[in-house]
Ligand binder design. Structure first.
Ligand code: GDP
Length: 508
């Protein structure tokens, strides 16, 4: 049985994801890393102009991978960008995890971003462990929080612990499994390791009563229901004061699924399969804008990867030797010698690897399920200096390969269109064009409202194209896309062309 646990933390900004990440790394034995999660962000930001956006908005645009170990289990924590503005990066990162921790603020409950991210997890049946953070502060009642999670997300909830008071009367966290209370100590009222059994009078009567009701009033934990994504165990704690963090690590170690089988065109690929397969879920440009090399993040689905191994990218057809892969151990990049199913490795390359690519030893697998999403915002790209067309084309191709934006080249005319699912992606586009490609561009309103990938027989597509050339574009791969002026337009065309599919996503 694999000892890998690959997971992400989903939350609304400010719920405490960064703080919890630090504490997980600290508990995981990576002590030198504590307190450095944000510092790393700051050091990074200095490196390139476009990251000023991060600075201004106090957000992290780039995801990374952190690995830590505890009691023989290797945890791979994939960081999802935490800003309110949704990006495709976030979706794709969630395709590479086997489970997630959902952090919610005890005073605020389920917030919009939590819900969106949760929906992505549900789409893929990713099991969720809930962490109700900040119980050292005044929060909603425990019942209210539990019921909100159950109602808003249509999940069974099982409290695994219970706060002994909150805010001014906070006296620790009770754990139902061990029947012990973790107590605050010192001026900081932190958890420093003091654990007491629950004895008569150890906690105020009203809270004891509430806990009893809580234990009796919810179903018992059911591993299968959790792994199916139907039930979430709920832990209460304080990342800041270190309550509940250890329980959370134990929960991931004990309950969270080891590497899951992954869907492919050739059927389900089992992690036990002996040859190496994996897929690229993210491509990141080099931090140094002068260099065009990138790092492709590959999730290993099966096999044991060894340095120097030859793998065949599905987009290329011929093998590449992976000589200097990167294993992500927190922010220290170490050269990986071996990696196993569930691990993430970084593969430096010059644009050969793209999001959605499969890599395999035998070139006999194509993973599915890493979609491009129909853009919600479309903009025309207008150059300030019209002689820079070539540079712009190169930049748009590069950035769409990285997944920063999607690009559509209309069949008629020369006005290129970019599409995104969140406004932030547009800001990143404009500043990266300037910083890395020396191209000044403006984004103007587009005559189109949305885009749909066309699927059907060649003849059907050709027939449609002949009549709708002014609404047709090609994406980066040369695939045909219907540019629609409205959602109504899509419905109308779909009705008139029943042999074509107007798809809102494109799987590579
Ligand atoms: P993120 O935006 O989700 O990464 O949130 P952060 O980890 O940056 O936390 C947001 C704010 O909440 C910071 O000021 C933290 O110090 C604070 N915070 C995080 N966890 C706790 C907690 O358990 N208790 C209290 N009182 N504050 C917390």
């Amino acid at each position: 049985m694999s000892n890998r646990r690959t997971f992400a933390i989903i939350s609304h900004p400010d719920a405490g994801k960064t703080t919890l990440t630090e504490k997980l790394l600290l508990q995981g034995g990576a002590i030198h890393l504590a307190g450095e999660v944000k510092a790393r962000g700051a050091a990074r930001r200095a490196r390139s102009d476009w990251m000023k956006i991060e600075q201004q908005r106090g957000i992290s645009v780039t995801s990374s991978v952190m690995t830590f170990q505890k009691d023989g289990i290797v945890f791979n924590l994939l960081d999802t960008p935490g800003h309110e503005d949704f990006s495709e990066d976030t979706y794709r990162t969630l395709t590479a995890v086997d489970s997630a921790i959902m952090v919610i603020d005890a005073a605020k409950g389920i917030e919009p971003q939590t819900r969106k991210l949760f929906e992505v997890c549900r789409m893929r049946s990713v099991p969720i462990i809930t962490f109700v953070n900040k119980v050292d502060r005044e929060g909603r009642s425990v019942f209210e929080t539990l019921d909100e999670v159950a109602d808003a997300l249509a999940l069974d909830v099982v409290p695994m612990s219970w706060p002994v008071g909150m805010g001014g009367v906070f006296q620790g966290v009770y754990d139902f499994a061990t029947r012990t209370i973790s107590r605050p100590e010192g001026d900081g009222r932190e958890f420093l390791g003091k654990v007491e059994p629950l004895t008569e009078g150890a906690i105020p009567d009203d809270i004891a009563e509430e806990m009893e009701l809580g234990e009796a009033g919810y179903p018992a934990f059911d591993l299968e229901a959790y792994r199916n994504g139907d039930l979430t165990p709920v832990y209460f704690g304080s990342a800041l004061k270190n309550f509940g963090v250890e329980a959370l690590i134990d929960a991931i170690a004990r309950f969270a699924p080891p590497p899951r089988p992954q869907p492919s065109e050739q059927g389900i690929i089992d992690p036990e399969r002996s040859d190496v397969t994996g897929f690229v879920f993210k491509v990141q440009a080099n931090m140094d804008p002068q260099h065009r090399d990138r790092i492709a993040f590959m999730r290993l689905v099966s096999g044991t990867f060894r340095r120097g191994m030859k793998l065949i990218p599905s987009g290329l057809g011929k093998p590449i030797a992976v000589h200097s892969p990167i294993l992500f151990f927190a922010q220290d990049r170490e050269i990986a010698d071996t990696a196993e199913a569930g691990d993430i490795i970084g593969i430096p390359n010059h644009g050969t690897l793209r999001v959605g690519d499969t890599l395999s030893e035998r070139n006999d697998v194509r993973f599915t399920g890493l979609p491009n999403f129909a853009p919600e915002i479309l903009r025309r790209v207008v150059l300030k200096d019209p002689t820079k067309t070539k540079q712009l084309r190169k930049a748009l191709d590069d950035l769409s390969e990285e997944g920063v934006i999607q690009v559509f080249y209309p069949e008629i005319g020369s006005q290129w269109i970019v599409g995104v699912v969140g406004q932030l992606q547009l800001d990143v586009l404009v500043s990266r064009l300037e910083a890395e490609y020396k191209v000044e561009a403006m984004l103007e309103a587009s005559p189109f409202d949305t885009a749909r990938w066309l699927k059907g027989s060649d003849a059907a597509i050709k027939g449609f194209e002949d009549f709708n050339r002014s609404n047709l574009a090609r994406d980066r791969d040369g695939d045909p896309v219907f540019m629609a002026r409205s959602a109504w337009d899509v419905g109308y065309q779909q009705e008139r062309n029943p042999d074509l599919v107007f798809s809102a996503t494109k799987e590579r």
